[in-house]
Design a protein. Structure first.
Length: 297
C-alpha cells in the first residue's frame, strides 16, 4: 500500500472514530440527595450526571428547576417522583428516583406572609387550641387575612375575617368565627419571643377568640424585671422559662391571662420585618401584610 493510500485510510479511520465518539455522546443522568426527609424537608441535590450541558428537574410536587445543583423544599409528607432530565445538544435522557418524605412528629404550621414564611409548632399541651387552629387552617380560613395590628416590641396580631379585602383605614379586630375557645393555661408555656397565643375580649373565664391570634415580638428582659412580674402576678418561673426570657425576650406581663398554644421555631426574623413596617393610628400597617397558613402533615 502506498504512502498516500495509508494517509487516506488513516484519515478515514480518524473521521469514523470521531463520528462514533460523537454519536455515543449521550448524557448520563445521575444524582443523590442529602437532608432530613421529614416535612417540611429541605433537600440538597448532588448532580453527578456525565456528558450533559443542561438540566431540568421535576420534584414531583409541581415545582421544577434548571439549576445544576438545586435545593428544594418539600412542604408536605408523601412519596415524590423526582426526575432529572440531562441534555447534551439534542440528546436527552431522564432518571427518576422516588423520595419518601415523612410526616413530622410535632404539629407544625407554616405562616406565609409578604415578608417571609414562619414555621410554628402547635403545642400538644393546648389540645383545644391546637385542634381549632388546625381546623381553620385546613379550611383556608386564614388565607388572605391581614396582620391588622402590629406593635414594635410587643406583637403582631391577625385572624380577623373582616380583614380580608378590608378597605384602607377600616377598623379591625372584632371579627371571628362566632365562637370562643376555653382557656388552656400552663406555667411552662410563656410569652417568649415567637410565642403564638390567642387574642381575646375581656371575659372572666379568659376564653380565647375563635380565630384571632398574635405572635410575640417582645423586648429584652432582665432578672430584676422577671422578679417584679413574679411578685406582681404571683407566679414562679422555672429555670427553662427564665432562661428563655433572658435569651430571647418577650412579653411576660401577659402570662396567665392569654393562652399560649404554640411558638415560631423558624423565621423569627419575619416578625422583626413586620414590626418594622409603618402603621397608622390604629396600629394597622399602612401596607397590608397578608397571611396564608398551611398545616404540615
Amino acid at each position: 500500500m502506498s504512502g498516500n493510500a495509508c494517509i487516506k485510510l488513516s484519515t478515514r479511520l480518524l473521521w469514523i472514530g470521531l463520528l462514533m465518539t460523537f454519536s455515543c455522546a449521550r448524557p448520563i443522568p445521575r444524582f443523590t440527595w442529602s437532608g432530613e426527609a421529614t416535612a417540611p424537608a429541605r433537600l440538597k441535590f448532588d448532580n453527578q450526571s456525565e456528558k450533559a450541558e443542561t438540566f431540568v428537574w421535576n420534584f414531583g410536587d409541581g415545582k421544577t428547576s434548571t439549576d445544576t445543583m438545586p435545593e428544594h423544599k418539600f412542604v408536605y409528607s408523601g412519596r415524590y417522583p423526582v426526575t432529572l432530565t440531562a441534555t447534551f445538544k439534542k440528546k436527552s435522557r431522564t432518571l427518576t428516583e422516588m423520595i419518601d418524605i415523612k410526616a413530622p412528629e410535632k404539629c407544625l404550621v407554616e405562616i406565609e406572609t409578604d415578608f417571609g414564611t414562619m414555621l410554628a409548632e402547635l403545642y400538644n399541651d393546648t389540645p383545644l387550641h391546637q385542634e381549632n387552629f388546625q381546623k381553620l387552617a385546613r379550611e383556608g380560613y386564614f388565607d388572605g387575612l391581614l396582620f391588622h395590628r402590629v406593635i414594635d416590641g410587643f406583637m403582631i396580631q391577625g385572624g380577623d375575617p373582616d380583614s380580608k379585602d378590608a378597605r384602607p383605614g377600616q377598623p379591625l379586630g372584632m371579627g371571628g368565627p362566632g365562637y370562643t375557645v376555653p382557656a388552656e393555661f400552663s406555667s411552662e408555656l410563656i410569652h417568649v419571643k415567637g410565642a403564638l397565643a390567642a387574642a381575646r375580649t375581656q371575659n372572666p373565664e379568659k376564653r380565647s377568640s375563635g380565630s384571632q391570634f398574635y405572635i410575640v415580638h417582645g423586648s429584652e428582659l432582665t432578672d430584676q424585671q422577671l422578679d417584679q412580674i413574679e411578685a406582681r402576678k404571683g407566679i414562679r418561673y422555672g429555670t427553662p422559662q427564665r432562661e428563655a426570657y433572658l435569651e430571647a425576650g418577650g412579653t411576660p406581663f401577659l402570662d396567665g391571662d392569654y393562652t399560649v398554644f404554640g411558638r415560631v421555631i423558624e423565621g423569627l426574623d419575619v416578625i422583626d420585618r413586620i414590626t418594622a413596617q409603618e402603621t397608622d393610628a390604629r396600629d394597622r400597617p399602612v401596607k397590608d401584610v397578608k397571611m396564608k397558613i398551611r398545616v404540615i402533615n
